[in-house]
Design a protein around this ligand. Structure first.
Ligand code: SIN
Ligand code: FE2
Length: 216
């Protein structure tokens, strides 16, 4: 049977090596899309999205929540991992099985076997929301990689080097893409450009990002 253009695009792997230890796994999360979305809904019903305040006093445009034993939070006193949700004063919802399994599988694919994250930060971007260039460095050690899952509207991801001023690659991340960075790339600067408006068939006018970390 003759292949259509759609078949061709579908079968084309979109994996992309960003640096030593860093890779985009195109569509890696798609097989679990339905259970991931159910799990996001469960978690956010118990630990609602909120706009955190930076130590400098700014309200972040990305809304955040967490699941797992530890959650990343920010307030006037700084950034930290906290076992208790400061809004609900309860422990964060447990990490859904599908989250942990997917994160470990993605990490292993890029060469980081045995990844067992105890923190998952859930970011919600609405049109205009952005994440400035930063390093993930609030974790106690950097042996484990970061695994980041994109759902919903596409975003432009910036991936730089170990110095803030290093040139950045701009990568379009779409629904189902997973990015892993660890080893020599663990402290790479990264960020997300302001989200363009759009309407995703499953998620509407938003992008959800799951970021898995081994925090302690
Ligand atoms: C992050 O750096 O925590 C999130 C990155 C993303 O939203 O893709
Ligand atoms: Fe980050």
């Amino acid at each position: 049977m003759q292949k259509t253009m759609d078949d061709l695009f579908e079968s084309e792997p979109r994996d992309l090596r960003l640096a030593d230890g860093a890779m985009v796994l195109g569509g890696f999360a798609l097989a679990h899309e339905a259970s991931l979305l159910v799990a996001v809904r469960d978690v956010t019903a118990r630990a609602p999205f909120r706009h955190l305040i930076t130590p400098g006093g700014y309200r972040m445009s990305v809304a955040m929540t967490n699941c797992g034993r530890l959650g990343w939070v920010s307030d006037r006193s700084g950034y930290r991992y906290d076992p208790i949700d400061p809004e609900t004063r309860l422990p964060w919802p447990p990490m859904p099985e599908v989250f942990a399994t997917l994160a470990a599988k993605a990490a292993a694919t890029v060469g980081f076997a045995g990844f067992a994250p105890e923190a998952c930060l859930i970011n919600r971007y609405e049109p205009g929301a952005k994440l400035s260039l930063h390093q993930d460095k609030d974790e106690r050690n950097y042996d484990a990689p970061i695994v980041s899952v994109s759902l919903g509207l596409p975003a432009t991801f910036l991936f730089g080097g170990l110095a803030r001023g290093d040139k950045q690659q701009r990568i379009k991340l779409i629904h189902g893409d997973v990015v892993v960075w660890g080893g020599p790339a663990r402290l790479a600067y990264h960020g997300v450009l302001p989200l363009a408006d759009g309407d995703h068939p499953l998620l509407g006018r938003q992008r959800i990002n799951l970021t898995f970390r081994k925090a302690g």
